[in-house]
Design a protein. Structure first.
Ligand code: KPL
Length: 326
C-alpha cells in the first residue's frame, strides 16, 4: 500500500486517472466512458501485444439497442498499463473481474494501491465483496449492480447490447475515508455516459440481483438455452417457478424487501433479455469458470449458516456439477 501526502489534496484525487481491473465488456465500457482519463490494467502478454506496434490501442463500442442494423462503432483512444510492473499510485479503481478472480486480481496490484484508494466492485454474485473487505480493510469500498447488457467480440471491442441502469453504494468506508474524495468519486462516475445512481443502502439491491441470477443463470446452462427459452418450455418454467419460490422464502427470512413478487420480476427480466445468453452460459461456452459458487453457492452457504434447507438450489447445483460445471 502506497502512502503519500500528495493524495491528501482533493485536486490530486480529482485529476487522478481511473484504473480498470478486468478488461471484459463492462471494464471496456467504463474505460470508454471515462476516457481519456482511464487506464486498463492488463497482463504482460496482452500489454506487449497491444503496445508493441505503431498503432495505438483503441476501444470501440457498438450500440446494438434501438438500432437496426447496428450503428457504426464509436472509437476512443485507450491507455493500457502492464499489471506486473505498474507502480504509480492507484487512487480510483473499478474492478470488473469475475467474482472468483477479484481477490487475486487485487493482490496483484496491492503494492500500487494508494492508502486512500477508492475501489468499486462491479460483478455478479456475492461473497467477493465480503472477501475483499476482509482482506483489504484499509480501502474505501463501493459495490454496484448493473442491468447494462454488453459483450465483447474481441479485446477492446464491445457490443453494447442493452441500455441499463447501474446502482452504486458504499460497502465499507474505511476510517480514513475522506468525504471530499467520496464526493469526487461519485460525481465523476455519475457524469459519464452510463445511467448511474448512488444509493446509501446497496445491500438489498445486490441481494435482489443475486436472486434473479440464481433463478436464471444455472438453468440456462442446465438446459443449454437462451434466457427466453426458460419461459417458453413448460419444464424449464416449472424449474424457474420453484427456484423463485424457494429464493423468495429465503429473502423473506432474511427480511430483504422486494417490490414485486420474485417470479414476476424474473419473468420480466427473461422477457427483456429473451434473445440473450446468460453470462454463465457464455462462460461455459468459452470454457471459463463460472460465478455460480458466488450466486447459488453463496445463497446455499448463507442458508446453511441460518439452518435453512433449499432443496431446489441444492439439486440444481448437483445436476450442474454432474455436467462438470462449477
Ligand atoms: O445478469 C444476467 C446474467 O446473464 O448474468 C441476466 C439478468 C440473467 C441477464 O442475462
Amino acid at each position: 500500500m502506497i502512502k503519500t501526502n500528495t493524495a491528501h489534496c482533493a485536486e490530486h484525487f480529482q485529476a487522478a486517472p481511473w484504473f480498470i481491473l478486468g478488461g471484459g465488456a463492462m471494464g471496456c465500457l467504463w474505460a470508454y466512458d471515462l476516457s481519456p482519463n482511464s487506464i486498463i490494467l492488463v497482463k504482460p502478454e496482452r500489454y506487449r501485444h497491444y503496445t508493441s506496434g505503431s498503432t495505438k490501442p483503441l476501444i470501440t463500442t457498438q450500440l446494438a439497442y434501438q438500432q437496426t442494423p447496428f450503428a457504426s462503432p464509436n472509437t476512443r483512444k485507450c491507455k493500457l498499463a502492464n499489471i506486473q510492473n505498474y507502480t504509480s499510485p492507484i487512487l480510483k479503481l473499478i474492478v470488473t473481474t469475475k467474482a472468483q478472480d477479484t481477490v487475486a486480481a487485487l493482490e496483484a496490484i496491492q503494492h500500487t494501491l494508494h492508502s486512500h484508494a477508492h475501489i468499486l466492485l462491479l460483478q455478479n454474485g456475492m461473497g467477493s465483496q465480503q472477501a475483499v473487505k476482509k482482506q483489504f480493510p484499509g480501502y474505501t469500498l463501493w459495490c454496484g449492480s448493473t442491468t447494462q447488457g454488453a459483450y465483447t467480440t474481441d479485446f477492446l471491442h464491445v457490443v453494447h447490447a442493452g441500455l441499463g441502469q447501474t446502482c452504486i453504494g458504499p460497502w465499507h468506508l474505511s476510517t480514513e475515508t475522506n468525504p471530499q474524495y467520496s464526493a469526487i468519486f461519485q460525481q465523476q462516475l455519475i457524469t459519464q455516459g452510463q445511467q448511474v445512481t448512488f444509493i446509501n443502502d446497496i445491500l438489498p439491491l445486490l441481494w435482489r440481483k443475486l436472486a434473479v441470477n440464481a433463478c436464471v443463470n444455472g438453468l440456462t446452462v442446465l438446459f443449454e438455452c437462451k434466457n427466453g427459452e426458460l419461459l417458453t418450455h413448460p419444464k424449464h418454467l416449472k424449474w424457474v417457478k420453484t427456484l423463485c419460490q424457494e429464493t423468495a422464502q429465503f429473502l423473506d427470512y432474511k427480511r430483504i424487501a422486494y417490490t414485486k413478487p420474485l417470479f414476476q420480476h424474473v419473468c420480466h427480466v427473461l422477457e427483456q433479455t429473451a434473445e440473450n445468453y446468460s453470462s454463465t452460459y457464455m462462460d461455459v461456452s468459452h470454457q471459463r469458470s463460472t460465478e455460480l459458487m458466488y450466486i447459488n453457492g453463496f445463497i446455499l452457504s448463507e442458508a446453511k449458516r441460518l439452518g435453512l434447507s433449499l432443496p431446489t438450489h441444492t439439486t440444481l447445483m448437483a445436476q450442474l456439477a454432474e455436467k462438470g460445471i462449477f
